[in-house]
Design a protein around this ligand. Structure first.
Ligand SMILES: *Cc1c(COP(=O)(O)O)cnc(C)c1O
Length: 322
């Protein structure tokens, strides 16, 4: 499958086979308190308990598993300050491949250390004066590395779709499924799985209110570009959807909703106090939208993708104290 062709449900099934024994089959959490508050049955897919703390391991491991031996020896390069970098670094280490990660000079020290801890080489760039995509492309050319982008790649999309696949396999058909939306890798992969396994289920992407480019793109039919939005949902601070992710989202998703930072903080507090679980702000997007649309969810079976749990402890404590 060339990386520019649209992936299908068959690719999600193949990805699930490749991930078996390598990715965690994460639990599905339920909460009577949440069900009572919203008047529906909620099934939370706990991807914050995935390896390296987010679903991104699925797409990264699937994409790297598909490289041939010669490419594996040369290695891989990725650019990201967040979960994709960790996912590539960890997956490359597991597959015995060298990894180079291009990170901004102001990336949190803990993230840089974690990436090095997985065995990756970190190349630092200046966020204000340099272009990380250009640097990554140059590294890819000079050193013969495979460049794996965070969302607009068929194997990444197929891998991300395995989370929703597992959820429906475990709990059965759903009426509604909500997933966070950044560049759209998770939402498009999810849509491939859900349309095959629970065809009548309505699928919604949820993005930060401050960066609703996905909603505007979905409603206008054209990919809308925005400046990096100011939001605590750092996993969804993307400036635009991808060509592949947008094509799938347009075709298979029902609508895009938004949530505010205050709503995300309130959800983080709910998860910590009522469900004893730590979800990062981006991972709270779908539950926040479910809360503000509960009138249309009454009596329904609702899937929620908790996408990740990587948050700096200081920031977590600040959110809890608010
Ligand atoms: C990357 C990420 C997202 C958004 O995923 P996309 O595939 O870019 O839409 C959501 N939540 C978390 C925790 C992430 O790391």
């Amino acid at each position: 499958m060339p990386s520019s062709a649209l992936p299908t449900y068959a690719d999600v099934v193949d990805a699930a086979r490749r991930l078996e024994g390598h990715a965690h089959r994460t639990p599905v959490l339920t909460s009577r308190t949440a069900d009572a508050e919203l008047g529906c049955s909620l099934f939370f897919k706990a991807e914050h308990l995935q390896r390296m703390g987010a679903f991104k391991f699925r797409g990264a491991f699937n994409a790297l598993s598909r490289l041939d031996d010669a490419q594996r020896r040369r290695g891989v390069v990725a650019f990201s300050s967040g979960n994709h970098a960790q996912a590539i670094a960890l997956s490359a280490g597991m597959l015995g491949m060298p990894a180079t990660i291009v990170m901004p000079h102001d990336a949190p020290e803990a993230k840089v250390a974690a990436t090095r801890g997985y065995g990756a080489e970190v190349v630092i760039y200046n966020r204000y004066t340099e272009d990380r995509e250009q640097i990554s492309r140059t590294l890819a050319q000079e050193r013969g590395l495979a460049l794996i982008p965070p969302y607009d790649h068929a194997d990444v999309i197929a891998g991300q779709g395995t989370a929703a696949m597992e959820l429906i396999e475990e709990v059965g058909p759903l009426d509604v499924l909500l997933a966070p939306l950044g560049g759209g890798g998770l939402l498009s992969g999810t849509a491939l799985a859900v349309r095959a396994l629970s065809p009548l289920c309505r699928i919604y992407g949820v993005e930060p209110e401050a960066g609703n480019d996905g909603q505007r793109s979905f409603r206008s039919g054209q990919i809308v570009h925005i400046d990096t939005p100011r939001t605590i949902a750092d996993g969804a601070q993307t400036q635009h959807l991808g060509a592949l992710t947008f094509a799938i989202i347009r075709d298979k998703v029902d609508d895009i909703l938004t949530a505010s930072d205050d709503e995300l903080v309130s959800c983080m507090q709910f998860f910590a106090t009522r469900m004893k679980t730590l979800v990062e702000p981006t991972g709270c997007l779908p539950f926040a939208a479910a809360r503000s649309h509960k009138n249309v969810l009454q009596g329904k079976r609702v899937g929620i993708l908790l996408s990740g749990g990587n948050i700096d402890l200081n920031r977590f404590c600040q959110s809890m104290a608010r």
